[in-house]
Design a protein around this ligand. Structure first.
Ligand SMILES: [Zn+2]
Length: 353
């Protein structure tokens, strides 16, 4: 067996100001003729108008334009069926908007075996450039594997204009790579899980590059987008979500499953990362400083979490995924984690009841 591998990565990557206005040109360069645009429902019409002008500039025909209301697999299968009614052999998919539209675009592209460009309009998580789609199946959230997008187009001005809380969610999801990689290495020592060195390195490096300049401006958006994208590629390198997701994600998944009002993915994951890092005794100060610098804590304090919901989620977290060894698998850490939540001075403003 060769010890080298082939990996899927996006062939077109543009992370810059005005990229939205050039999508048509980028599609022309890869010899696309027609696209099905899948965009978030409620996307500002101005962004759709800019996309349409851009597609005209590149002489790209819009065969379909579909507003994506949710990330239910049932909705996505309906889109698959409608696209399959007409010949799709020349069709490209283009996802524009928040995470849900991009997840659906990737899923549909995989199902109909067509290439896809994704163009996030905010950076709330690392899903836009990953080989997975986060969907709901019969109302339950699932991660479905699929193809990597063929192109990732991030207009930094557009993402900067998105609400700050979405940016903070992206920061929270990015920083979770620190505990995720630790959990992965722990799984190697505990149960012999294979750790892909390159994927782990890429994941770690992407976080530190952003931490060196955690500013919400065009350059900061570029750094965050790049880091989140490289994390998606790390997942493609090793063929699993390990470099991007560990015990902190288990707590967030448990909150999604049990909380009456789950918050943004990266806000849940970011706080869980900070809590778990204390259990691991690694990286806590760096995470706290990053959250101080970006205003992450203030955003959480504006709409604090429920301590009782977190208690439920922490109890459930070790059982969320089978065959997924993390620091939570070692022993019951519920008491220790709740003690951290109850005594950490920064977290006092982040929780109620
Ligand atoms: Zn995540």
């Amino acid at each position: 067996m060769s010890d080298r591998r082939e990996i899927e990565i996006p062939r077109t990557v543009r992370i810059k100001s005005g990229a939205l206005d050039r999508i048509g040109i980028y599609l022309q360069r890869v010899h696309a003729d027609e696209v099905a645009v899948l965009h978030s429902e409620g996307l500002p019409p101005e962004l759709l108008n800019r996309l349409q002008r851009s597609l005209q500039d590149g002489s790209i025909r819009t065969a379909h334009q579909i507003a994506v209301p949710d990330c239910a697999v049932e909705t996505a299968d309906g889109i698959v069926a409608s696209l399959e009614q007409q010949p799709t052999a020349a069709l490209w998919l283009l996802g524009l908007g928040g995470g849900k539209a991009l997840d659906v675009a990737k899923y549909v592209a995989t199902r109909i075996h067509r290439p896809v460009f994704v163009a996030p309009t905010s950076l709330s998580n690392d899903g836009f450039a990953s080989p997975q789609s986060s969907m709901t199946v019969a109302g339950r959230r699932r991660s479905l594997s699929g193809n990597m997008p063929n192109g990732v187009i991030v207009d930094t001005d557009v993402c900067l204009a998105a609400p700050k809380v979405l940016w903070l969610s992206g920061v929270g999801d990015l920083v979770s790579k620190l505990t995720a990689v630790r959990d992965w290495k722990l799984a190697f020592h505990a149960v012999g899980e294979y750790v892909d060195d390159f994927a782990a390195l890429l994941s770690d490096a992407s976080v530190f590059q952003f931490m060196g300049r955690p500013v919400r401006d065009v350059e900061g958006v570029r750094l965050l987008a790049t880091a989140l994208m490289l994390n998606g590629i790390a997942m493609s390198v090793c063929g699993s979500s390990r470099p991007a997701s560990g015990s902190e994600h288990l707590i967030s998944h448990a909150l999604d499953a049990t909380s009456p009002r789950p918050r943004l993915h990266g806000l849940q994951v970011g706080v869980a990362t900070y809590v778990v890092s204390q259990l691991m005794e690694a990286g806590t100060d760096e995470i706290r400083h990053l959250f101080d610098a970006t205003g992450f804590w203030e955003a959480i304090a504006e709409d604090p979490f429920s301590r009782s919901e977190w208690e439920t989620a922490i109890r459930m977290a070790p059982r969320v995924k089978s065959d997924f060894y993390t620091t939570l698998s070692q022993t019951d850490h519920t008491v220790a984690l709740l003690r951290i939540i109850d005594t950490d001075p920064v977290l006092a403003a982040c929780f109620t009841d």
